[in-house]
Each structure stands twice: as C-alpha cells, then as structure tokens.
Design a protein around this ligand. Sequence first.
Ligand code: VG1
Ligand code: CO
Length: 543
Amino acid sequence: MTIQTVATTPFAGQRPGTSGLRKKVSEFQQPGYLENFVESIFLTLGEGKCRHLVVGGDGRYFNREAIQTILRMAAAHGVEKVLVGRGGILSTPAVSCVIRKHACYGGIVLSASHNPGGPEGDFGIKYNIENGGPAPEKITDAIYGHTMSLTEYRISDAPAVDLDKLGTTRIENMTIEVIDPVADYAELMARLFDFDAIRALFASGFRMRFDAMHAVSGPYASAVLEDLLGAPAGTVVNGQPLEDFGGGHPDPNPVNAAELVAAMAAPDAPDFGAASDGDGDRNMIVGRGIAVTPSDSLAIIAANATVAPGYADGITGIARSMPTSQAADRVAEALGISCFETPTGWKYFGNLMDANLATLCGEESYGTGSVHIREKDGLWAVLFWLNLLAVRKQPVGEILRAHWARFGRNYYSRHDYEAVDASAAAAMMDALRARLPELAGQMLDGHHVAQADDFEYADPVDGSVASQQGIRIIMSDGSRIVFRLSGTGTEGATVRLYLERYEADPARHDLDTQQALQGLIGVAESVSGLRQRTGRNEPTVIT
Ligand code: VG1
Ligand code: CO
C-alpha cells in the first residue's frame, strides 16, 4: 500500500447547494470528479485536523464505489479512524447521531436525498461538522474555493475494503470500523420516546403502514417499529433499500407516495401511515383519509412536546424555515417561547440548537427534527406521532382538527415548476426583485400588501448573514406568497411557489386547500408571470 499524489484539474460547478453537492451520477463518474471534491473537503479541514470520521450513504447507485474512494483518500490525509455503516448504509440522521455519540470530527454523507437514483439518476455528497449538522456556509464556500484551484489529490492504492462484515480493518495507518448502521440510532430513539406506551398501542391492535420507498429508512423502521416496538410484520412496506429506489422517486409527499395515500383512504385503512425519503431525514404523516402538512406537524409536535419523555421539561424555542407556514409561530406565542425564521436548509438551524435557543425545528418540505441530533429526522417524527397517539388515544384527524380549533388553520401549499429554463427562472426572480419597492402598500386583487422583500437572515449566534433567500409578498392579514429557486435540483431550474393563508373560523377549516388559496394563486401568477415566463400551464408537483 502506498499513498499516491495524482495530478488533477478543476471541474466547474462544484458549489454545494441547499444540502451538499448534487449532480447526475454520470457527472460523478468522471475520473477525478469525486476525488476533487473530497480533496477540497480535506484541504478545508486542514492537515491532520480530522482524526475521526463517519462515512455512509443512502445506498443509492455509486454509494459503495464512492465510499471506497473516500476511505482511500481519508487514509492519505492522516485520518486515524473511520466509522462506516455496514453495506455503506447510514441514514442522514444516523450519521448525525454517530458523529455526536462517538465524538467524531465530522462525517461525509453520500446522498442526493429525495432526488431519484440509479445510473440515470442523481448522486450527492455532503460534509457534516462536529455537532453532527451540515457544514455552515463558511465551510461549504471554502470547499468550493478549493475545487476551483486544485492541482492534485492524494489517495492510497489500497484494495477495496469489505463493507459487509462488521469489525475493523486497516488502510495505511487508518482503522476502518464497519458498524451496525441502526444500533446507535435506535438506542437514542428509545431514550426520547415512551417505547412502553407505543408497544402497548401496537399490542392493542393499532395498525400502521410505514412506506420506506425502497430507500434507507427501511432497515431503521423495521428494527425500531417491528423488532423493538412489536408492530406486526409487514408494517414496513418497500423496506429493502435499492440502488434505484425501485425506479420510484423517494420523496414522501402525496404525489410520490400516492400508494400510501390511497391505502390510507381505503375502507380497511390502517390507523396511521408514514413515509420517509431517500436518506431518511424527511417524514410524511397520514391519518385515515387525511394527510398532515409538514408545517402543521411541526406545530402539533411543538404544542404536545411534553408527552414524549425526551421533551418532558418543555421546549426552549422553535425554528422554522422562512417558507414554512406560520402555524408553529402561534404555538410558540401560546407557550411564551421564541420562534425563529431561517433560510431554507437544515444548516441554518445548527447554531440555534447548539445555543439552546431552539429545541424543535421544521421545514415545509417534510422535514422535522430536534436537538437530539443536528439533522432533520424522518423516523423521529414518526415516533413522536406514535407517542402522541399512544397518549391521546385519538385518531390523527381528530388531533389535527382539535389543533386547528385551538390555534386556527394555516392553509398552505407549495407549487413546484421543475426543470424549467434556468435563464427564464432567473429573469422572473430578477423582475420580481426589481418590483419589490413599489409593491408594499399596493392592493393586488383585493389583497393589501403589507411588506415585500427578498428574505435576509442574520444568524443571532454568529452574526453571519445570508441574503437573497426568497422573495416574500406578505399581506396585511398575514397571508404570504413566496418565490424561491431550488438549490437541490440537477436539471435546469426549479421554481418553488409557496402559498399561505390563515383562517381562524373553525366553520371554515374543511375547505379544499387549493380552493382556499385560489385568490393568492391568482395574485402570484399576475405579479410574476410565472406560467408565461416558464411556458408551463401548471405546476409539475403540488404539495
Ligand atoms: C429542498 C427543500 C429544503 C430541504 C432541502 C434538503 O431544498 O426545499 O427545505 O432542506 O431540499 O432536503 P430546495 O433548495 O430544493 O428547495 V433533503 O431531504 O433533499 O436533503
Ligand atoms: Co432527505
């Protein structure tokens, strides 16, 4: 075994987006492409700084190959020990958990999360820091800086490591320990939730369907729900992680998880349905015939946090991404705690959680989590709901309606226009930005604009500023229209239009969401010319 220095030249476009670097698999397969990015991570960390590292991914196509490359490069950069999930598997929340539990310097997550996988699909890589969370912008910017000037990388020529056998091996002076991907995570969940109460719930005949969408959460859900909590065999469906997710789109929402939604609407529907995404950090919560929006789920978890032993002492604060509905704000107000509004992406929650300013965090994109780790956590949210259902002994729909009756309902929807022409999307955002100063005070189709701006966030802990995080048009009644460009797509641009309207009157809590938002949808179109500019008659996906 020797360490080689290999000459290389930069690849354009290796700037990490909302959550790491995501590209088509074919782009990652170019010789040196992955190596350049990994070299840039090590250069950013500094020679000899990273002694203990965690590596794992969501099992998608190219996962194993990428892990072998990363191990050989880690050995060439003075890493002493790497923990790798068996089979190369570690969900994003499990990586965060393992970094924290074993006090590692950081971790590398291989995933393109909710993006499709397989040879024609997407691949991704992300660096997580010591607190277990995604690297903040100052680190991702430095990584990107190195990718643009790189001339060489270092790698060991050691043979491939057996990733399927638990135990330790060595490359150069580095120890590799293949670990059970589920054990540490499951142990953490058992400390946060009342497993006895959930076990009793399943024992009483409660039925559930967890759709793992052939992605990474399958082994976690089977181990926790079926093995530890006694849910009947078959509770977890599509539980085997596949390199191409069985050809599906591992993005749990009513469109991509239509099978689950249909099963939950059938006459013999189970009591509770849930799904998770490619890397196991998202969650979808479904009751009989009713799906809970992620924004409502965050608010309900916050309002009921103390039912779970891990949160029995209450929560210090809530944080939500800017486009997420303001349902959680109303709960924070009732509890007398702060609610922080951050840019999209979990990396912005890390400082708030480290400083104990926020206990719970959430995003409208089916992401919820807490201070137990520093990533969003799909199965954690599902376990919270199970704990809540075990205590409240009410159906999901009743809990949701009772929440609306107490706090009012924030009708909410996101319209995605995927893979549109990137310059048309940029031109639309520029035109909107240019109109912002004149919008405040105007009446738009009967809606009075109170504020119009491009969201900027100053981190209350370290003072770092993130600007141009989404265009907001806020009406005097609190309704909002938000426009953003996605930072996770790999084809053209994806425009996200977020719509929200508050309704206090319980007699009006059963409207169809799109109907309830129709007025705002019209305003959004007339103010942006979105459909005309993108040449699309309707959104690709409505959630
Ligand atoms: C999307 C979501 C965002 C989420 C991000 C990563 O980003 O909107 O809320 O944090 O994906 O989620 P964007 O830039 O495409 O809107 V995951 O589960 O893909 O890592
Ligand atoms: Co994800």
